[in-house]
Design a binder for this molecule. Structure first.
Ligand SMILES: *Cc1c(COP(=O)(O)O)cnc(C)c1O
Length: 231
């Protein structure tokens, strides 16, 4: 099966297989299909295969897609970097944000969340490798950001997200995911509502699930390759 519908079914089965193989419950890992650069029709095909959570990184293309798919009960995740001038639209159109890494952005998202919607589900991005080109707070900055976000009425602090550098060796892929899981465990005493580890993409999904991912963000393996230069 090479259709998006078929790939979605196969990927959901693969996630269940990996989870079961490491003693985790069926359904404990949510597939977020990252549809950036792919059209609404592709998301509709993935829906037919069982996809219920969709990730986007580019606001301008996401908003019309969300409108085009309003007949489907999908949960929408903003997984990209959050620019301060985009927070109002993100707060209006999305159910989840994965990459909160600044108090100022969190405050804006909270203030701009429409009153008729539930709080925006929110993960904090951690930059484990100290890569300056990427977003995310350092582990040392994390607990102050968690405390600040937990106090914002328009947000619900749900967990942590990371985007490690691409590593080909599956054994070596596990270290940053294990580190993120440890950081979450360290925060849960103060923030028991933090139950989410958003980690794992097409190239490192299995390593992430082994280390406790509760959400994997999969683009290429589900929707196919993106145009060069669009990450
Ligand atoms: C694009 C993207 C993904 C999906 O990456 P693939 O390697 O195509 O699976 C996941 N997370 C974020 C934050 C992304 O920007």
């Amino acid at each position: 099966m090479h259709s998006t519908t078929g790939r979605t079914r196969a990927l959901l089965a693969e996630i269940d297989r990996i989870a079961a193989a490491c003693g985790r419950a069926r359904g404990s890992v949510t597939l977020v299909g990252v549809a950036k650069t792919h059209p609404a029709s592709a998301v509709r095909e993935a829906w037919a295969g069982g996809l219920r959570h969709v990730g986007e990184s580019y606001l301008q293309e996401a908003v019309p897609k969300i409108a085009a798919l309003a007949d489907l009960p999908l949960t929408w995740h903003f997984v990209g970097r959050i620019q301060a001038n985009k927070t109002a639209a993100i707060a209006r159109h999305f159910d989840w944000v994965h990459a909160v890494d600044r108090i100022r952005v969190a405050e804006r998202l909270s203030a701009q969340r429409p009153a008729e919607r539930p709080p925006l589900e929110c993960c904090l991005e951690v930059n484990l490798g100290g890569e300056p080109s990427k977003g995310g707070v350092t582990p040392a900055e994390l607990s102050a950001l968690a405390d600040a976000v937990a106090g914002l009425p328009g947000l619900r602090l749900r967990g942590l997200m990371t985007l490690p550098e691409a590593i080909a060796d599956p054994a070596a892929q596990r270290a940053p995911f294990a580190a993120l899981a440890e950081l979450l465990a360290g925060l849960r005493d103060r923030h028991p509502g933090m139950d989410t580890l958003s980690m794992g993409m097409s190239g490192d999904m299995e390593a992430a699930i082994i280390e406790g991912a509760t959400m994997v963000r999969i683009g290429t393996a589900l929707f196919g390759a993106r145009e060069a230069g669009r990450n």
